[in-house]
Design a protein around this ligand. Structure first.
Ligand SMILES: Cc1cc2nc3c(=O)[nH]c(=O)nc-3n(C[C@H](O)[C@H](O)[C@H](O)COP(=O)(O)OP(=O)(O)OC[C@H]3O[C@@H](n4cnc5c(N)ncnc54)[C@H](O)[C@@H]3O)c2cc1C
Length: 276
């Protein structure tokens, strides 16, 4: 199948992009890497009248160090983040997450903002950024606002974004030297979306203990009780029984096979933390 007819425009800047979205009153879509939108257009699951191509907007493409965070533009590709390995002190975990997304060809075009806005439940960035306590900077015709990454995704393919708004950047707090990070996902085939995924961050200096599971039917789910138990008791709290109980509580609708798979993946992510 081929896409339905649409108009195409390349705005000069973010403000013009937002205005074009607002004027179209829901009839326009941003085009970033096209890795998710392209197939949706071809299958006619999306039929916008207008595509607003932001792939080359300089305002969305920077990676900048701020005092206590890294600011990654919404149009930065997964490959650019992967290739920044060794140059993102305090946020090297981003490079590892990026390197595990799909195949290099997808990573060359797919963007962090596109991934967040698309909000596939199995995607890597919604999970990783929630666990890292990142913030999402959003720009629209009435100005800018910030949303915590763990609140941005409302459900499968549903986010806190108005018709005229663009994901402008992601602000990722720098981890302290003693921080421990775990990330694990299970894919049936290398490069495909995972069947189960989990991320954990323990940063005592920042008083942060965050554990999330992903690849569910909706947004990633936080597991605060297990995070608190591990922060207090370390490896002793990190057991198969504990992860099964945590997954059951966080995602009660999973069948027994999925529950065990998610629990095993969560255990692997946590073992990376307690064994580090
Ligand atoms: C074969 C394959 C395997 C994949 N495997 C994985 C995987 O393992 N893990 C993973 O995380 N992802 C995976 N992906 C998805 C990939 O990461 C995409 O890059 C991502 O989902 C969309 O990013 P994009 O820049 O291509 O966005 P597009 O496809 O251009 O846009 C997607 C949606 O986001 C909107 N949008 C784009 N940019 C913005 C913005 N800045 N602000 C607001 N809205 C915006 C668009 O309007 C559209 O609705 C895979 C994709 C493919 C094709």
């Amino acid at each position: 199948m081929k896409a339905a007819i649409f108009d195409y425009v390349r705005p000069r800047d973010l403000a013009e992009a937002a205005r074009l979205l607002a004027d179209a009153k829901g009839g326009a879509k941003l085009l970033a890497g096209g890795q998710s939108l392209g197939p949706m257009l071809n299958l006619r699951l999306a039929r916008p009248r207008l595509l607003v191509d932001v792939a080359r907007l300089g305002e969305l493409r920077g990676i900048e160090a701020r005092d206590s965070a890294w600011r990654i533009g919404g149009g930065v590709t997964h490959a650019q983040i992967e290739d920044a390995a060794g140059r993102l002190p305090g946020a090297e975990v981003l490079c590892a997450v990026a390197a595990g997304i799909a195949y290099r060809a997808v990573r060359n075009r797919g963007t962090i903002g596109g991934s967040l806005a698309h909000a596939d439940p199995a995607a890597d960035w919604p999970l990783a950024l929630a666990a890292l306590g990142a913030d999402i900077e959003i720009c629209g015709i009435s100005g800018a606002r910030t949303v915590a990454a763990d609140r941005f995704m409302k459900g499968a393919f549903t986010v806190d974004l108005a018709e005229d708004e663009v994901v402008a950047a992601v602000s990722v707090p720098k981890l302290s030297g003693g921080a421990r990070w775990g990330y694990y996902k299970f894919c049936r085939k290398t490069g495909e979306f995972p069947e189960a995924s989990a991320a954990a961050l323990f940063d005592a200096e920042r008083r942060s203990a965050r554990v999330f599971i992903g690849a569910l039917s909706g947004a990633p789910q936080r597991i605060p009780a297990l995070a608190a138990a591990i922060a207090e008791r370390g490896a002793a709290a990190c057991t198969r029984e504990a992860t099964e109980a945590a997954v059951t509580a966080a995602a009660p609708d999973l069948d027994v096979i999925d529950r065990r798979m998610h629990a095993a993946v969560l255990l692997r992510a946590l073992q990376q933390v307690v064994r580090a």
